[in-house]
Design a binder for this molecule. Structure first.
Ligand SMILES: Cc1cc2nc3c(=O)[nH]c(=O)nc-3n(C[C@H](O)[C@H](O)[C@H](O)COP(=O)(O)O)c2cc1C
Length: 313
């Protein structure tokens, strides 16, 4: 069965990861996704370890099902965050912004599965050699930090290059995207943008509405000149930042301008001056729904499509 490999390995019902989102994927969303049969993942960003311990305990209080934690390897708290993950026996870790090599043995020693996020074949190969359990291959359609290869082309190339299961992320928001990803050889999908509008996601209501209203051409990439490109919805902040980059502003100036702008939008609802991180799949997102309903809709849709395909023969 398509997607079975990942479901068996992680003891989840459906091959759907809720992509970690710093600030807006705490225990409430994670528990709802895991209860709905997917895999919820806590986004830690630069949050301190005490906050993570509280969130992990809250997830455990709300659901007995597996869940994950995303570790930003550039976080100043990374060592303490890893300690909490080990002490709390978190079932799965995804990593971003770096190489998790030095933590692989430690995490494995407590049975924690490691799925680093990659945006190139070279990094996928290097991380497989370190002994990771799987990979999330994320294309440039995604919201937040992006690479420069599309999901459509990255996923099959990563699948061909490694033996571990590959989860596809970037631009996937419905059953059609899930079936497409499985057809490319992925074992499952990671979805971020659609889960921003999950009822249990604490993102500001105006941020959710901006995503629901967005169309196919409403995102752009900021931060190319700093080496840290980020996909966001078009607004005043994004245009000003792009203009600064065009004028050749220094990396420090651009980074300072961007500081605090993502929580300004995601938590405080400042849609003019905040950074509205979201993927190109925003154009596919139509309404706020409970997380379990989003998962059920995706699976029903995928089943319908696969059923139609089997009529060919
Ligand atoms: C608002 C937002 C915040 C994100 N924050 C993180 C993060 O903290 N760590 C991470 O590894 N990925 C982060 N991502 C990426 C998601 O985990 C996920 O891989 C991505 O959203 C999938 O693509 P999609 O947006 O097209 O669904 C973020 C994405 C969004 C939209």
């Amino acid at each position: 069965m398509l997607g079975e490999r990942i479901c068996e390995m992680l003891k989840i019902e459906y091959p759907i990861f809720q992509g970690a989102m710093a600030w807006i994927s705490p225990a409430s969303l994670v528990a709802a996704v895991s209860e709905g049969g997917g895999l919820g993942i806590i986004g830690t960003g630069h949050a301190p370890a005490d906050w993570l311990r509280e969130q992990v305990r809250e997830v455990k209080a709300r659901t007995g099902k597996p869940f994950g934690v995303n570790v930003m390897l550039l976080s100043p708290h990374v060592e303490d965050i890893m300690k909490v993950i080990v002490e709390e026996r978190v079932p799965l870790v995804t990593t971003g912004a770096g190489n998790p090599g030095k933590y692989v043995n430690l995490l494995k020693s407590v049975g924690c599965r490691i799925f680093p996020v990659v945006s190139s074949v070279a990094l996928a190969r290097r991380l497989e050699r370190l002994g990771v359990d799987g990979l999330v291959a994320e294309g440039m359609e995604s919201g937040g930090h992006v690479g420069d290869i599309t999901t459509m082309t990255l996923v099959p190339q990563v699948v061909d290059a490694v033996k571990v299961p590959v989860v596809a992320g970037g631009g996937i928001a419905d059953g059609r995207g899930l079936v497409a990803a499985l057809a490319l050889g992925a074992s499952g999908v990671q979805i971020g943008t659609r889960f921003i509008v999950a009822r249990e996601c604490p993102a500001h209501p105006d941020y959710k509405q901006a995503i629901i209203k967005a169309g196919d051409r409403d995102t752009l990439i900021t931060g190319n000149s700093t080496g840290h490109p980020v996909r966001v919805l078009k607004n005043r902040f994004a245009r000003e930042l792009q203009e600064m980059e065009k004028q050749g502003a220094s990396r420090e100036t651009i980074e300072r301008f961007g500081e605090g702008k993502y929580p300004a939008a995601a938590i405080h609802g400042d849609l003019d001056n905040g950074s509205i991180m979201a993927g190109q799949s925003a154009g596919l997102v139509k309404e706020e729904q409970p997380a379990a309903e989003i998962i059920r809709d995706i699976m029903l849709d995928a089943n319908r499509i696969v059923g139609q395909m089997s009529k060919w023969i």
